[in-house]
Design a protein around this ligand. Structure first.
Ligand code: ATP
Length: 236
């Protein structure tokens, strides 16, 4: 069984179908990208996978659970974590407090402290700024807080929505290095990105989404070499 199985999923806003009959699966340990233009339906897909939106049709099965039959709490405690577009951090809490919020459902205090130190090793920048209010951090630093906060929940599957959005290229490089590193440590990742090139460069596989449909899927290297992908998404 795949860690995540999406069968014939459709999602609508009122009468508008944003996601049309998509199929997608993610195996444990994989880093998979979902790429596509603005408005293709990527964010809608991620929100539905994390239980935030109800499907109009089809099914999402995470670790054997139909996600629409279980509570959000169950999904989180079974290791499903979403880092939303725009990050959703707590601006009026400090960096440390944000990370503590990520461990909300855990009660293994000693391990939480260890994980906190681990986050400060992955993100030395956050260690320097651990007492600072998260709302006063730079965009890149806020993205780091959002990822670190999700990791504090010890996720099995991390859903990342546009982590590169609004960030300077050098910061984007850093964020992608961290994503690769987190993946190597065994966390399964679904990465939604408009920056298709960088996303595919660190991924095992990818899906291409157009107007609510998945139009292409392959291993990441093949997608990087695909003429259509190169023209439409890699600016070549
Ligand atoms: P982006 O990268 O710009 O976020 P996306 O691929 O993530 O694009 P979605 O945000 O999923 O695309 O949007 C898919 C479609 O659904 C778009 O046509 C969008 O206008 C529409 N849509 C998204 N959210 C809503 C909403 N709350 N109400 C109505 N329509 C919506």
């Amino acid at each position: 069984m795949s860690l995540l199985e999406v069968n014939n999923l459709s999602v609508a806003y009122g009468g508008i179908q944003a996601v049309r009959n998509i199929n997608l699966n993610i195996e444990e340990g994989e880093l998979v990208s979902l790429i596509g233009a603005n408005g293709a339906g990527k964010t809608t897909t991620l929100k539905t996978l994390s239980g935030m939106l109800q499907p109009a049709g089809g099914k999402v099965v995470y670790r054997g659970l139909d996600i629409n039959t279980v509570s959000n709490h169950t999904l989180v405690s079974r290791g499903l974590a979403l880092v939303p577009e725009g990050r959703g951090i707590f601006g009026r809490l400090t960096v440390t407090e944000n990370l503590q919020m990520g461990a909300y459902y855990r009660n293994d205090n000693a391990d939480i402290a260890t994980d906190m130190e681990k986050m400060f090793t992955i993100f030395p920048r956050l260690k320097e700024r651990h007492k600072q209010l998260a709302g006063t951090l730079s965009g890149g630093e806020q993205q780091m807080v959002a990822i670190a906060r999700a990791l504090m929940g010890r996720p099995k599957l991390l859903l990342l929505d546009e982590p590169s959005m609004g960030l300077a290229p050098i910061i984007v490089q850093k964020i992608f290095e961290v994503i690769k590193q987190v993946s190597k440590q065994g966390v399964t990742i679904l990465l939604v990105e408009q920056n298709a090139k960088l996303a595919l460069q660190i991924s095992d596989r990818g899906y291409v989404m157009e107007s609510g449909r998945i139009t292409l899927t392959d291993n990441a290297q093949s997608l990087l070499n695909n003429d259509k992908v190169r023209q439409a998404y890699l600016g070549e």
